[in-house]
Design a protein around this ligand. Structure first.
Ligand code: FES
Length: 352
């Protein structure tokens, strides 16, 4: 199978869309019996077979550099799913590639913080240097470039990742130099984390397999200790200045300026209404400003009937008979729109 997801043949195979894609590379390595053995090893890790689909898709990418129709078919066969079900998952997540990926995947964060600090300029410069746009691969097959949403490293902005390893606080020149090094075949050490591999290597890791030849190589690839300078900058400044955050107030310690807690509105059960409606009436009655009143009316079960009408000048007609709010009868407070008295409650104070 040589068709790509998205090509006409790929669409027939996988049920994916038919947007135009690059032709399949002639040297695409086939999936082998070893791939199937490893897929079954992944499946055996899970109590429910289909839970293995995500790492299996990474496994396919570790062999072929993307989720090929052949890979979709293998996953479907091994898991007893339809190709469309596998395709639906593969097209949902951006980490699953729908066309062959270059040796390295370079992701440039262009989300807000990185963008304002130069992320978009980096993306534009790399795009010009490589002659590609988002989700395209350079002609020499070395780099697939993509823009990424927030990479969860805003304190190190602008951030670039290569095969999901971080290169922090980049600018146009440093990012260009990084990509030139990658194209030469070098693997500059990431700012933090594990040493750089390549897209297929990291896909194998994501599938849950070691890509290292032996234990010594695996031990050498353990994440390097991080440098948390930018993350801890605020803490350091606060320590220098002797500042500290105010103590958190627990729910049992309301702030000193908090208003008196409101009386809890509990349905009495003697109005003949459902508890929900009685409570909603009481919430409208208890509102002490027009905004609260409108909010309570909006959530009332009779919204659109009694409460959906426009308010008469001079306040909400609480009696439903046009009686202004200021002229409520003595001896009890009439519930909103009911002409009934809400027992045990005093009319709400009105401001202004
Ligand atoms: S905005 Fe770029 S890492 Fe968060």
């Amino acid at each position: 199978m040589s068709a790509l997801p998205g090509s006409m043949e790929g669409a027939l195979t996988t049920g994916l869309d038919d947007s135009p894609v690059l032709p399949a590379p002639a040297d695409l390595p086939p999936l082998t019996e070893q791939t199937r053995i490893e897929a079954r090893e992944i499946i055996a890790r899970y109590p429910v077979a289909r839970s293995a689909l995500l790492p299996m898709l990474h496994l396919v990418q570790s062999y072929q550099g993307y989720v090929s129709p052949e890979g979709v078919a293998l996953c479907a066969e091994e898991l007893g799913l339809t190709k469309a079900e596998v395709g639906a998952v593969a097209t949902f997540y951006t980490m699953y590639k729908r066309r062959p990926t270059g040796r390295h995947l370079v992701s440039v964060c262009t989300n807000t913080l990185c963008a304002v600090l130069g992320g978009q300029r980096i993306m534009d410069a790399l795009s010009a240097d490589l002659g590609v746009h988002h989700d395209e691969t350079s002609a020499d097959g070395s780099i697939t470039l993509e823009h990424a949403e927030c990479l969860a490293a805003c304190d190190y902005a602008p951030v670039v990742t290569v095969d999901y390893e971080f290169y922090d606080q980049q600018d146009v020149e440093s990012a260009r130099a990084l990509v030139q090094a990658l194209r030469r075949g070098d693997k500059p050490h990431p700012t933090r984390g594990a040493p750089l591999t390549d897209f297929r290597g990291v896909s194998r890791q994501l599938a849950g397999f070691s890509q290292h030849a032996d234990e010594a190589a695996a031990a050498a690839a353990v994440d390097a200790p991080g440098e948390y300078g930018p993350t801890l900058a605020g803490l350091r400044l606060a320590a220098e200045r002797g500042e500290s955050a105010p103590e958190m107030q627990g729910p049992e310690q309301p702030p000193a300026d908090a208003e008196e807690p409101r009386e809890t509105v509990r349905p009495s059960g003697d109005t003949g209404e459902t508890p929900g409606k009685e409570a909603a009436d009481a919430r409208v009655a208890a509102a002490d400003n027009p905004a609260e009143e409108a909010g309570a009316a909006q959530s009332h079960p009779d919204k659109g009937a009694e409460y959906g009408r426009g308010r008469p000048a001079g306040g909400l007609d609480r009696s439903g008979t046009g009686t202004p709010a200021q002229s409520e009868p003595a001896g009890g407070y009439q519930g909103p729109g009911t002409g009934r008295t809400v027992e045990g409650r005093t009319p709400p104070k009105r401001k202004g």
